[in-house]
Structure formats: structure tokens, C-alpha cells
Write a protein that binds this ligand. Structure first.
Ligand code: FAD
Ligand code: SF4
Ligand code: SF4
Length: 343
């Protein structure tokens, strides 16, 4: 079993990267485990949403951290290695990591930071056409389209979408699903994407269906309100119209009447949900399935019930890139304090 690292960080996204870099800056050796071949996590795939100026989406902070982690001598980066088991052992933590060929490596350290992130909500079970109609996509998929194409294109024909509907709070703030939390990032992130689309295509019309707008006063001001309509209603279902348009129906909040409109593209703003992997790893460490209780709770912290085990970023609840980075710095400091207390 390899040792020599003082801390193991599981997950190489915004949180894991900054936890590892902060520890290295403090002179502490780290093993950073990432199951994918590339570091960066979910936000490593996001587009720059700058229009005529930066809109502070945070995406470019990831590439800077990935580059730094590759150069940092105190950070041993193991990409393509999934943590398949983590347990307490000999006063520290033992993690079993497997590569894509099933070859395993055991790693031991004094402290462990779980930064294994979140899962985007899967909207396939909703009646909004996701997985059935090509032109119904998630906000996560739109990030990837924007990064690749630098424009909002319809998947059915790769033509720029002229009419777009964003539907917010998909999989969040939903008592039926037991997801009572607000995912924090989907209002600002979708409005940034809408603003970028409007800046690129002056003909584009965007309807933004929402329950409540969180964390986004700046983006609302930046949006071209002539072409952006905010509608306080959530369409209940979607059907396929002519030319693969998506017809949405909703109750108009002002008139109380049923409205219908066909859109070139519908973007479902899926929320941040607990990752099954984080849940599994945490259960193995604590002996109980505690993530559902922690996730999205306002009272959460980087500490866990186990001394020396910390959690950071979206592994413990929805937060932005900037908040995940700050959370991870705190977890790194707490890991340092914990190790000093053991000397
Ligand atoms: C559609 C969408 C758009 C968003 N847009 C923005 C935005 O514009 N601005 C913003 O600030 N925030 C945005 N966010 C939030 C942002 O994605 C998160 O704040 C950020 O990704 C959190 O980073 P993280 O490291 O905690 O988790 P993640 O990004 O999920 O990273 C976790 C990492 O852990 C790895 N991992 C998981 N399990 C294991 C394991 N067993 N072994 C090894 N590695 C493992 C994963 O592969 C991943 O690389 C958005 C979120 C969504 C869903
Ligand atoms: S913060 Fe976002 S909008 Fe600003 S430059 Fe970086 S990637 Fe672009
Ligand atoms: S950030 Fe907006 S879209 Fe996301 S859950 Fe909160 S209110 Fe809903």
C-alpha cells in the first residue's frame, strides 16, 4: 500500500483541485484521485459565457487550477483512477483505487477529503420530452454545445435556435422527489447562457420559465429584456410540433389562461443532486447512509462525524464553482489543523 501522502483527495473537480493545491501550498503532500482521464470535473466542460465583458461564470478558473496541479511537486495526480473503497485504518484512511483495466492501487494517508462532486438530475422520467425529442436538452448539455460550437444550435439540424425556452428548477425544489433544496447555480448559469445566445443572435427570442430567481440580479440586468421574457410558471408537458419544434403549454400567471407556444429548443435547467458514488464512499467510511441528511442542508460544514475526514464542494451540497473553491480551501486548512493536533 502506497503512503507518503499526508492527505488523499477524492475528486479532481473545482473542489478537489483547490483542496490539493491549498495543501501543497502549505507544504503538505497530497494524492489527488480522479476517475476520469482529465481533471476538471463537471465545470471543466463549461463554456466561457462572456458577452462584451466577463460575466464571472467561473469556468476559466478550472483550467488554471488543472495546469497548476500538473506542475505542483507535492501533488501526486492519479487520473483514470476511481476510488472504489475508502475506510478508516490504523488511525488514518485507506483508499482502494482502480483504473479502467481493473488494476488496483491501495493508498494510505492521515486525512481524507471527499470532493467527489454531484450528479446532474436526470429528467428522463418527466413529461417534458427529454430523451424522446432531439430538441429538448439539459442546461449541462447546452454548456457543452456552447463550448464546442460557440453558439446555441438545435441538435436536430445544427442550425442556430431562433426561439428558446429555459425551464428552471428541474429536479430541485420538488417535494414529490424529496429534493427540497435550491440548486443555487441553475438560475445564474442559465441566464448567462440565455444572455450569450441573445448577444450572438439578435433575432433570438428566449422565454425563461421559473418559480423563483436565485442569485442572479446582475445577469437579469445584462439580459436584453426585449428578447427575453421571464414567465413565472413551469410547463407541465411538452409535445412535438412541426419542424421538430417543441410545443409547451403553461398556465399564464397573469390571466390564469392556458398558453401554448412552439420553440426551436427547450433547455431543462437540471439541478444538482447527490452522487451515488459519494453516497457509497461516505457510507463505507461512516457506517451509515448519511449523505441524504447532509446534502443541501443549510447547517452543513466541511467536517464530518469522523475526525480527519472532510467533505468539500458539491459532494456535500449544491454550490457554485467559487463557493466550491472556497469550501475546499477551508477543508484543506481543517485537514492541516487535524494533522497538527495528532503530532
Ligand atoms: C448545468 C450546470 C451549470 C453550472 N454552471 C455553473 C456556472 O456557470 N458557474 C458556477 O459557478 N457553477 C456552475 N455550476 C456548478 C458547478 O458545476 C459546481 O460548482 C462544480 O462543478 C463543483 O465542483 P466539485 O469539484 O465539487 O464537483 P464536480 O465538478 O462534480 O467534480 C467532482 C469530481 O470527482 C470525480 N469523482 C467522483 N467520484 C469519484 C471517485 N469515486 N473516484 C475518483 N474521482 C471521483 C468526478 O469525476 C469529478 O471530476 C453548474 C452546475 C450545473 C449542473
Ligand atoms: S469567468 Fe467565465 S465569462 Fe469570465 S472570462 Fe472566465 S470563463 Fe469567461
Ligand atoms: S437556482 Fe433557480 S433554477 Fe436552480 S433550483 Fe434554485 S431557483 Fe430553481
Amino acid at each position: 500500500m502506497a503512503s507518503g501522502n499526508e492527505v488523499i483527495v477524492i475528486g479532481g473537480g473545482a473542489a478537489g483541485l483547490n483542496a490539493a493545491l491549498t495543501l501543497a501550498e502549505m507544504g503538505i503532500g497530497v494524492c489527488l484521485l480522479e476517475k476520469e482521464e482529465l481533471l476538471g470535473g463537471h465545470s471543466g466542460r463549461y463554456a466561457c459565457k462572456a458577452t462584451d465583458a466577463c460575466v464571472s461564470c467561473g469556468a476559466c478558473s478550472i483550467s488554471r487550477m488543472v495546469q497548476k496541479a500538473g506542475q505542483e511537486k507535492l501533488v501526486r495526480v492519479l487520473t483514470g483512477h476511481r476510488a472504489v473503497e475508502a475506510k478508516q485504518e490504523n488511525g488514518g484512511f485507506a483508499v482502494r483505487a482502480a483504473d479502467s483495466k481493473g488494476r488496483e492501487e491501495g493508498i494510505f494517508a492521515k486525512s481524507l477529503i471527499l470532493a467527489s462532486g454531484f450528479s446532474p438530475f436526470d429528467p428522463s422520467s418527466l413529461a417534458l420530452g427529454y430523451g424522446r425529442f432531439a430538441n429538448v436538452i439539459s442546461n449541462y448539455e447546452l454548456e457543452i454545445i456552447l463550448r464546442r460550437e460557440n453558439n446555441i444550435l438545435r441538435p436536430s439540424n445544427n442550425e442556430p435556435a431562433q426561439s428558446i425556452a429555459f425551464i428552471q428548477c428541474i429536479g430541485s425544489r420538488d417535494a414529490k422527489l424529496g429534493h427540497l433544496w435550491c440548486s443555487q447555480v441553475c438560475c445564474p448559469s442559465s441566464l448567462r447562457m440565455a444572455s450569450l445566445g441573445l448577444a450572438k443572435n439578435k433575432q433570438q427570442k428566449t422565454s425563461f420559465f421559473y418559480i423563483d430567481l436565485q442569485n442572479c440580479p446582475k445577469q437579469i440586468k445584462q439580459a436584453d429584456d426585449k428578447n427575453l421574457t421571464l414567465i413565472r410558471a413551469i410547463p407541465a408537458d411538452a409535445r412535438l410540433g412541426e419542424e421538430e419544434k417543441i410545443v409547451l403549454a403553461w398556465m399564464d400567471p397573469k390571466s390564469g389562461l392556458l398558453q401554448e407556444e412552439a420553440f426551436d429548443l427547450v433547455v431543462l435547467s437540471v439541478g444538482i443532486t447527490p452522487s451515488q458514488e459519494t453516497r457509497f464512499l461516505l457510507s463505507g467510511l461512516t457506517g451509515e447512509d448519511s449523505l441524504p441528511k447532509i446534502f443541501g442542508s443549510a447547517s452543513g460544514s466541511v467536517h464530518t462525524a469522523i475526525p480527519g475526514l472532510f467533505m468539500a464542494g458539491c459532494a456535500r451540497g449544491p454550490m457554485s464553482i467559487a463557493d466550491s473553491i472556497a469550501d475546499a480551501a477551508l477543508a484543506a486548512w481543517e485537514a492541516k489543523k487535524f494533522m497538527e493536533s495528532k503530532k
